[in-house]
Design a binder for this molecule. Structure first.
Ligand code: NAD
Length: 501
């Protein structure tokens, strides 16, 4: 794939999907070109400029929020089952355009084509799943001790602001937009400035499937301009942020300053624990999938591998051999297992963190940037890491795993819990008692047993501690997008009137 080729493919796909080869924001039914700073997307597989667009900045956010308010009134006035039918149609529209969206995602995010197809399929699943919830969000009848009929309604927030990162752009957009719409909201989403294209395409498909124009706008723009405006805009009633802990803290503080509540889906330093009684072959494969898939750019990456000492050396030998056999290459090649790092800054960060860790750790595999164009970094295993080392405590967000030995179950649990994060974790064991005991003791929002990284829209997802608060996905994720209202209806005209409470 040459540079000209990937630029041409991107422009051609954009012309087909959004009607123009020039990227911008999707606002109220059409593409808007920003007037702010020029932003250049780079092709991660080539390390060369791919396409440029202009920051939509604060003005685009203002326009999108106004349009979303108008559209949300129309959306909420429809019947719940009509909203469900539109969500189903969005799912179908995503499936019909699956290959085109996946190709765009593959080129711009550097994701192997098969992975991009899988994630785009999950976007369709999300809309279809939440379509089913659209007409099943009931309130309750409360048996109050007075003569009132007291019941609750679930009401949408109105217009919600969503901010997403670059590692799984279309997946994350669908993950947040689908429940927001199912609960009756309008959405203004600002994707990462590094990967906005597939989110813009999704916004257009949402309208062609029957949502009112303006119900979902996607702003192509920077964090400190468009993003900052979105999270403090007086027309935004809730902020949902998916990204790094540092930015999440800033955004939550900015939103709180305007009394806007937020959900934070942040990073992790998840522990993947392997006991000697596990099926070691499965666990070796699982450890590789846990941290190398997606080039490690996954919030749930199993970036700390805790190995019971009696199997440590044998495991490491097999794990090292597997890591070295993984095919790293062009994301558009069908045999590629791992693509490039998505961007240059992230590659530099990975390199710096590994170089520093290698002063004391043993490099079992990888450890050097690949000598070829593009942002390629190989699967890297660092052994002899202490859990207090920086490499074991800070998110790398790359294909890098720190191996830490342990002796007892108690030690494994306390090592696993000894970070400020709590997003995910896994336990590999042949003992059912141990599996449940350890799963219950790990402080994280998702735990896998003899498995890793399976995620589905039906199950809740979210963090403990510095990995965030609030939930996405499943029924819990849906509930983040509506709030209860209590209605008190007096049924006795003679009842005494209340003074005080
Ligand atoms: P990031 O925090 O740098 O950026 C995320 C988003 O925030 C981008 O859209 C960016 O433009 C925006 N932003 C930056 N500054 C802003 C500001 N001042 N106001 C408003 N918006 C602003 O994260 P990233 O580097 O894009 O993504 C990687 C991080 O995302 C990792 O830490 C990863 O673990 C995390 N992540 C978490 C989940 C999850 O569900 N928990 C999922 C995917 C990624």
């Amino acid at each position: 794939m040459t540079q000209t080729n990937s630029t041409e493919i991107v422009q051609q796909q954009l012309r087909t999907l959004i009607g123009t080869g020039e990227p911008g924001s999707w606002i109220n039914g059409s593409v808007h070109h920003g007037v702010g700073e020029e932003i250049t997307l780079e092709d991660p597989a080539q390390g060369q400029p791919l396409i440029t667009y202009r920051d939509g900045a604060a003005a685009s956010v203002d326009q999108a929020v106004d349009a979303a308010h108008e559209a949300q009134r129309i959306w909420w006035s429809q019947t719940a089952s009509a909203r469900g039918r539109v969500l189903t149609a969005i799912g179908h529209a995503v499936r019909e355009n699956l290959d085109a969206i996946a190709q765009l995602e593959s080129i711009t995010a550097g994701k192997p084509l098969a992975a991009a197809r899988g994630e785009t399929t999950k976007v369709a699943d999300m809309f279809e799943y939440y379509a089913g919830w659209a007409d099943k969000q009931h309130g309750d009848v409360i048996p109050v001790p007075t003569s009132h009929l007291t019941y609750t309604l679930r009401e949408p927030y109105g217009v919600v602001g969503q901010i997403t990162p670059w590692n799984a752009p279309v997946f994350t957009a669908g993950w947040q937009i689908a429940p927001a719409l199912a609960a009756g909201n309008g959405v203004v989403l600002k994707p990462s400035e590094l990967t906005p294209l597939t989110s813009v395409v999704l916004a257009r498909l949402i309208e062609t499937a029957g949502a009112p124009p303006g119900l979902v706008s996607v702003i192509g723009g920077l964090g400190h301009t468009a993003g900052q405006r979105l999270v403090t805009h007086p027309g935004i009633s809730k902020v949902v942020f998916v990204g790094s802990p540092e930015t999440g803290a800033r955004i939550a503080a900015a939103a709180a300053g305007e009394l806007i509540p937020s959900v934070l889906e942040l990073g992790g330093k998840s522990a993947n624990i392997v006991f000697a009684d596990a099926d070691i072959s499965r666990a070796v494969g699982g450890a590789a999938a846990a941290v190398f898939s997606g080039t490690g750019q996954s919030c749930v990456a199993g970036s700390r591998l805790l190995l019971q000492r009696s199997v440590h050396d044998e495991f490491l030998e097999r794990f090292g051999a597997l890591a070295r056999s993984i095919t790293v290459g062009d994301p558009l090649h069908e045999d590629t297992q791992i693509g490039p790092v998505q961007n240059r800054a992230q590659l530099d960060r990975i390199r710096a963190m590994v170089d520093q860790a290698a002063d004391s750790a043993q490099v079992v595999a990888g450890g050097e940037q690949l000598d070829r164009p593009g942002f390629f970094y190989p699967p890297t295993i660092l052994a002899g890491v202490d859990n207090t080392d920086e490499i074991a405590q800070r998110e790398v967000f790359g294909p890098v795993v720190s191996v830490i030995p342990f002796d007892t179950e108690d030690e494994a649990v306390s090592l696993a819990n000894a970070t400020r994060f709590g997003l995910a974790g896994a336990v590999w064991t042949g003992r059912v008692d141990r599996a449940h005991r350890v799963a219950s003791q790990l402080r994280a929002g998702t735990i896998w047993v003899n498995s890793y990284k399976t995620i589905d829209v039906m199950a809740p997802f979210g963090g403990f501690g510095a990995s965030g608060h609030g939930r996405s996905s499943g029924h819990d994720g849906l509930m983040e997008y509506s709030q209860p209202k209590a209605i008190w209806v007096e049924t006795d005209p003679q009842a005494p009137l209340a003074f005080g409470y």
